[in-house]
Design a protein around this ligand. Structure first.
Ligand SMILES: O=C(O)CCC(=O)C(=O)O
Length: 445
């Protein structure tokens, strides 16, 4: 089994021209999506506030659009925010919750190997120039992101550089691990290891789709008013992440209960929990942990469908080219020549030897002088690799999938524990001297 986390992000071009959603604009959507939506407003002078530090309002897309046109009436909740001072982001909205039914088929992930996925499995992000999502990684799966309107810049970091990014679970958001670093304006005294981080940077234009590999960190900012639509696709390693997430939820609910006992409940905004997160009581979370452990233990990896392989297959005949090569006439498939780079462009999860079903992305990306028998000129789909910014530094290739220390050695024993034993194990692992030592170090800083 090859880890799927050590392949780089790629940009897929001309693959969504057939989507109805490809033609959407904020103006058009403002008459079609009529529900009130929560949005975050962030002062433009500080591009690194956590969601818990920004004001939120409930608005219609129509109110958003007229605010952008400097046409606000007294009922518009945005009337007190100046567009030149604040960015506004209607982020992370499941289309099935907010969009009319006819929008569901306007999105179609079939060309990427997922014919059953459409708007019902997608999330939409609508924001002004300057809006952003702080640096984080998603605990589950991989991500396909389609840019619909406006340009967006993605700054990505590989999972093997996690220690340079100072991960934190506060503010808490289910399945998002945030970085403490202000990646746009880092404080190297507080985060000295960040100097070693190697970003991969890409600006997405409308019509492009970004593949974000599992557990890659990303900071995202809109360079123009923009719409994007994405789908997160599960992978077999998610069962491990589900255990980590369940442990985190148990600890968060435990600490929230402790906070209540200490009468430390905030009167205004809660800086521990991202807006919209619902925290269940501890006993419910312990049960969910039990369930995650049992499913993780009983899963049959051989029977699982491999979604990364599906993506590989869907992309196998799509040429890879350099950003700058033209598509006319005979051309090369541009891959990376160095063996080490080729290794890192692997996308498939299973190495099945001679099995002809196996799609070897690495070989494809490393092939050269391939004649392209195409008369379709500029209109055919193609792939562009997202490149690393600092190429001179050594790349560490060993990627460790995030696992929890709790029960690492014996999932079987652990999944059969009673609530009481599981809770005791949880408390013991939190009270582990190594954790205490790290805590003391943190408190002394
Ligand atoms: O587009 C954004 O602002 C963030 C998107 C994101 O974090 C994601 O798709 O995982």
């Amino acid at each position: 089994m090859i880890s799927c986390s050590d392949c780089p992000p790629i940009v897929l071009n001309k693959m969504i021209d057939h989507w109805k959603a490809r033609k959407w604009s904020i103006e058009q959507l403002s008459s079609q999506i009529t529900k009130k939506l929560s949005c975050k407003l962030c002062p433009k002078k500080n591009q690194n506030l956590f969601e818990t530090q920004c004001p939120h309002e409930n608005i219609t897309l129509e109110e958003f659009f007229s605010w952008r046109q400097n046409d606000v009436d007294n009922n518009n909740p945005l009337r007190n925010y100046k567009p030149e001072e604040f960015s506004c982001y209607i982020d992370y909205k499941y289309m099935k919750d907010i969009s009319p039914m006819e929008h569901m088929k306007a999105v179609d992930w079939g060309v990427f190997g997922f014919p059953d996925r459409d708007g019902r499995d997608s999330t939409i992000w609508i924001g002004t120039e300057g809006c952003y999502t702080n640096c984080h990684y998603d605990s589950y799966g991989f991500n396909l992101v389609a840019q619909i309107q406006g340009k967006k810049r993605w700054i990505l970091y590989p999972p093997w550089e996690s220690s340079y990014l100072y991960p934190t679970r506060i503010p808490y958001e289910e399945s998002s691990v945030f970085s403490e670093v202000n990646v746009k304006n880092p404080d190297f005294e507080r985060h000295p290891l960040f100097k070693k981080a190697n970003p991969y940077i890409v600006t997405l234009d409308p019509g492009q789709v970004l593949y974000v590999p599992p557990q890659w960190w990303h900071y995202v900012e809109s360079l123009e008013d923009s719409i994007s639509i994405n789908t997160w696709i599960d992978i077999s390693e998610d069962s491990e992440s589900r255990v980590s997430e369940a442990v985190t939820r148990c600890l968060v609910s435990l600490l929230l209960e402790a906070r209540q006992q200490l009468n430390q409940v905030p009167t205004a905004d809660d800086t521990w929990i991202n807006p919209g997160e619902e925290i269940l009581p501890l006993d419910a979370n312990i049960q969910l942990l039990q369930f995650a452990l049992t499913s993780s233990y009983h899963r049959d990896a051989d029977k699982e469908t491999n979604n990364q392989e599906k993506l590989c297959k869907a992309l196998q005949n799509i040429p890879v080219r350099n950003k700058d090569t033209t598509l006319k006439g005979k051309r090369k498939w541009i891959g990376n020549t160095e063996t080490e780079n080729c290794k890192s462009t692997r996308m498939c999860v299973h190495d099945k030897g001679d099995n002809s079903d196996t799609v070897n992305f690495k070989e494809k990306l490393c092939s050269h002088d391939v004649d392209v028998q195409s008369s379709q000129g500029e209109d055919i789909p193609y792939i562009v690799m997202v490149e690393r910014e600092n190429k001179d530094e050594e790349k560490e290739t060993s990627v460790k999938h995030q696992t929890t220390d709790l029960c690492r050695s014996s999932l079987e024993t652990c999944s059969s524990h009673s609530t009481a034993t599981l809770f005791e194990k949880l408390v013991k692992s939190v009270l582990h001297p190594k954790v205490i030592e790290a805590t003391v170090k943190e408190l002394n800083q």
